[in-house]
Design a protein around this ligand. Structure first.
Ligand code: PLP
Length: 373
C-alpha cells in the first residue's frame, strides 16, 4: 500500500526553506567552525530570547541537556529525582546517568502530565529535584509543581523536549523552572538535521556549569577543572536551527490548524481528542486520540496508507530494560491505561486540509468498523 498520509514529512519542510538552509550550511563549511563557534553562539542567544530566558547552552541532544541540567543542579548518586513513567525513556535515562534514582509519580488522565497532588507523597529526605515532562506539547501544571518544590527546597528541571514555544499562563515553558531542556531531534517541533538539544536558564551559575561540563570540564583548553563530557553542538546544526527558529511560530500555528480540524471532525463523533488545559497552550508535537481497540484501528488506517504512532506503548516502569526498577503493576494506573489506549495521528505544519480530511474519514470508518466487530 502506498503511503497516502505520512506520519511526518521533513522533506516538504526542507524544500520550503531550501535556499536559506543551503546558504547557512555553505557558510559553515567555508568558516570551518564545525564544533560550537559563532553560529551556535548566535543560536544560543536567539533561542534564550525565544524562551524569555537569559542563558542557553547548546548541546548534542535533548538527553545531554537533561543530564547536564541535573548535574548542574547538584544531583548525585544516592539522590532521588521525581518524574513520570509515561514519557520517552530519555527522561528517566538522564536521571540514572547521574547515579540518582528516578522516583515515579503517575500522570493526570486528561493532560498526560504529572499528577501534582501525588508529588508531595513521593518526596523523601533524599529527593533533590522534580522533572515534569510537558508531554505531547502541553505544559505540566507548573504553579503547583513550583510551590511544592519551593516548600521542600527542590530544583525543578522541565523536560520541554516536545514543547518548543508552548506557554503556561502566558509564559514560555523552559523558563518556568530552574532549568528547561529541549531536544532538536529531527522529528521534534524544532528539528535539526542531526542530533541536537539545549538547556535554558535564568541562573548564570547553572549556565556556566553546563558550559564547562559539555566541553570536557575545561575552562581553558586541556586544563580540566572537572570531569566533563563531549556534549557540544555542531556548527552545522547551530546554523540550520537559526534558520528554522524564524519559522517556529508559523509552524506551530499550522500544527494548531491541523489539530483544530481534527478536533472539529473527530470530537463530534464522540472520539476522545486531546484536551487543552485552561492554563496551557498546546503546540501539538503529538496529536493523540484515546481508543479502546487501538490495534484494529491502527491496522485499518495502515491499510489505507495512513501512518500512525504510539507514544508510548509501555510506560518506563514496565519496560524490559528497566525491570530492576519495576514497581508492581497497577501502581501507576493512569500511565498504564494511557499506554494501552493512545494513538497518535499524523500532524506536521505542511499537512494539507485534504490530508487531514482523509485521516478523519478513515478514523470515522475505522471506529464504526471496530464497533461492529
Ligand atoms: C525526544 C525527547 C527527549 C530526548 O531528546 P533527544 O534529543 O532525542 O536526546 C527527552 N524527553 C522527551 C520527552 C522527548 O520527547
Amino acid at each position: 500500500m502506498n503511503i497516502q498520509v505520512p506520519f511526518l514529512d521533513l522533506k516538504t519542510q526542507y524544500l520550503s526553506i531550501q535556499t536559506e538552509i543551503n546558504d547557512a550550511i555553505h557558510k559553515v563549511l567555508l568558516s570551518s567552525q564545525f564544533i560550537l563557534g559563532q553560529e551556535v553562539e548566535s543560536f544560543e542567544a536567539e533561542f534564550a530570547g525565544y524562551c524569555d530566558s537569559s542563558e542557553a547552552v547548546a548541546v548534542n541532544s535533548g538527553t545531554s541537556a537533561l543530564h547536564l541540567a541535573l548535574l548542574a543542579a547538584g544531583v548525585k548518586p544516592g539522590d532521588e529525582v521525581i518524574t513520570v513513567p509515561f514519557t520517552f525513556v530519555a527522561t528517566v535515562a538522564a536521571i540514572e546517568y547521574t547515579g540518582a534514582t528516578p522516583v515515579f509519580v503517575d500522570i493526570d488522565q486528561s493532560s498526560y502530565t504529572i499528577q501534582v497532588e501525588q508529588i508531595e507523597s513521593a518526596i523523601t529526605e533524599k529527593t533533590k529535584a522534580i522533572v515534569p515532562v510537558h508531554l505531547y506539547g502541553q505544559s505540566a501544571d507548573m504553579d503547583a509543581i513550583l510551590a511544592t518544590a519551593r516548600k521542600h527546597n527542590l530544583i525543578v528541571i522541565e523536560d520541554a523536549a516536545q514543547a518548543h514555544g508552548a506557554t503556561y499562563k502566558g509564559h514560555k515553558v523552559g523558563s518556568l523552572g530552574d532549568i528547561g531542556c529541549f531536544s532538536f531531534y529531527p522529528g521534534k517541533n524544532l528539528g535539526a538535521y542531526g542530533e541536537g538539544g539545549i538547556a535554558v536558564t535564568n541562573d548564570p551559575s547553572f549556565a556556566e556549569k553546563m558550559r564547562i561540563l559539555r566541553n570536557w570540564g575545561q575552562r581553558q583548553r586541556y586544563y580540566h577543572s572537572e570531569r566533563g563530557f563531549n556534549y557540544r553542538m555542531d556548527g552545522l546544526q547551530g546554523a540550520i536551527l537559526r534558520v528554522k527558529l524564524k519559522y517556529i511560530d508559523k509552524w506551530t500555528e499550522q500544527r494548531c490548524r491541523v489539530a483544530k480540524q481534527y478536533d472539529d471532525y473527530l470530537g463530534n463523533l464522540g472520539i476522545l481528542v486531546p484536551k487543552v488545559m485552561p492554563y496551557s497552550s498546546h503546540v501539538y508535537h503529538i496529536y493523540a486520540l484515546r481508543v479502546f481497540d487501538r490495534a484494529s484501528l491502527q491496522t485499518l488506517l495502515q491499510s489505507k496508507g495512513i501512518q500512525t504512532g504510539i507514544h508510548y506503548p509501555i510506560p518506563v516502569h514496565l519496560q524490559e530494560g528497566y525491570r530492576d526498577r519495576r514497581q508492581t503493576k497497577n501502581e501507576f494506573p493512569n500511565s498504564e491505561i494511557a499506554a494501552n489506549e493512545v494513538l497518535s495521528l499524523p500532524i506536521y505544519p505542511e499537512m494539507t486540509q485534504e490530508q487531514v480530511c482523509t485521516v478523519c474519514k478513515a478514523v470515522e470508518e475505522g471506529i464504526q468498523y471496530v464497533k461492529r466487530k
